[in-house]
Design a protein around this ligand. Structure first.
Ligand SMILES: [Zn+2]
Length: 102
């Protein structure tokens, strides 16, 4: 697991609990995400909420699952294709622009 760095003075310091990693900033134009170190934190990685998963979960709660969606399309004489994963990936990407799942 990589450290989650944030800038603190002349160092990048890890923000995860239990990890005291810090790396000297060698290039001030590099963002914190470009620094890598093996994290010593014992805390589980932060759960990231992705928009695609959120939408899929919401639909599932409404009873709209992938298999039911496909069955409905088949009944309407449409190709039983979902494109769910592609749409989910697309939504994940959209969500990233709003700070979700990053
Ligand atoms: Zn760390």
């Amino acid at each position: 697991m990589n450290c989650e760095f944030t800038q603190a003075g002349k160092f990048m310091v890890c923000t995860r609990p239990g990890c005291k990693n810090r790396v000297p900033i060698f290039n001030p134009s590099l963002p914190a995400t470009k620094y890598y170190a093996t994290c010593f934190s014992t805390a589980p990685p932060r759960q990231t909420l992705r928009l695609g998963s959120l939408v899929a979960d919401t639909f599932a709660k409404l009873g709209i699952t992938e298999s039911r969606y496909l069955a409905a399309k088949r009944k309407l004489g449409l190709a039983p294709k979902c494109g769910c994963n592609a749409r989910k990936r697309w939504l994940d990407e959209v969500g990233k622009h709003f700070g979700m799942g990053v």
